[in-house]
Design a protein around this ligand. Sequence first.
Ligand SMILES: CC(C)(COP(=O)(O)OP(=O)(O)OC[C@H]1O[C@@H](n2cnc3c(N)ncnc32)[C@H](O)[C@@H]1OP(=O)(O)O)[C@@H](O)C(=O)NCCC(=O)NCCS
Length: 176
Amino acid sequence: MTVDTLDIRHYAHEDLASIRQILLDVHDDAYADAMDDPFNQRFAWFVDHWGGNPGFSCMLGYDGDEPVGYAYGAPAAPGREWWREHLDPAPEKARTFAVSELMVRPKWRKTGVSHRLHRALLDSRDEDLAVLIVDVNLPKVQALYESWGYRPVGRRQPFPDSPLFNVMLAELPLAG
Ligand SMILES: CC(C)(COP(=O)(O)OP(=O)(O)OC[C@H]1O[C@@H](n2cnc3c(N)ncnc32)[C@H](O)[C@@H]1OP(=O)(O)O)[C@@H](O)C(=O)NCCC(=O)NCCS
C-alpha cells in the first residue's frame, strides 16, 4: 500500500455498532505493547462513550480489506473544551472539535497514513479549533502533532489512573 491507495471511509454515531469491533481490534494491535496498562484495557468504554455522542465522526483507513488505523472525535461541549482552563482570554472563535483518538497499526506506521487520517477528519469539519491530548512521555508524537499545526497550551490528567497529557490546540482549517 502507498498513502495514495489508502481508502478512507467515514463513519458517524449511527454506524458505531457496525465498526465497534474493528475499532477495538485495531486498538489492540496499535497498543499491543501497552495492553498491561489498565487504562488501555478500558478502551471499549471510551469507544462507547465517544461513539455514543451524536456528533461522533470517524475516519477509518483501509488497505484493501484490512483496517489499518483511524482518527475519531466529536465537537467539544462549549465551555468545557480541554483548552478552556489554560487560555484566558479564550480565543474569539472558539468552536472546537476534540480529536479523541488517532492510531495506526504498527505495520502501517511511517507511511503517512496517520497524517492522511487526521487531515481527512479535520478537513470534514467546520469548527474553529481542534484540540487533542498527548501523553507527556511521548515527545516524538507531540513533535509530530506540532508539525501538523498544534501547539501545547497546558497539561491535564483526565482520570486518576490515566497518564498526564499535554493539551494541544490547532486553528482550523489546518495549514499543514
Ligand atoms: C501516533 C501514531 C498514529 C503516529 O504514526 P506515524 O505518523 O506513522 O508515526 P510513527 O509511528 O513513526 O511515530 C512518530 C514517532 O513517535 C514515536 N512513537 C509513536 N508512538 C509511540 C509510543 N507509544 N511510545 C514511544 N514512542 C512512540 C515513534 O517511534 C516515532 O519516532 P521515530 O521517528 O524516532 O521512530 C502511531 O505511532 C501510533 O498509532 N502509535 C500508538 C498509539 C499512540 O501512542 N498514540 C498516541 C497517543 S497520545
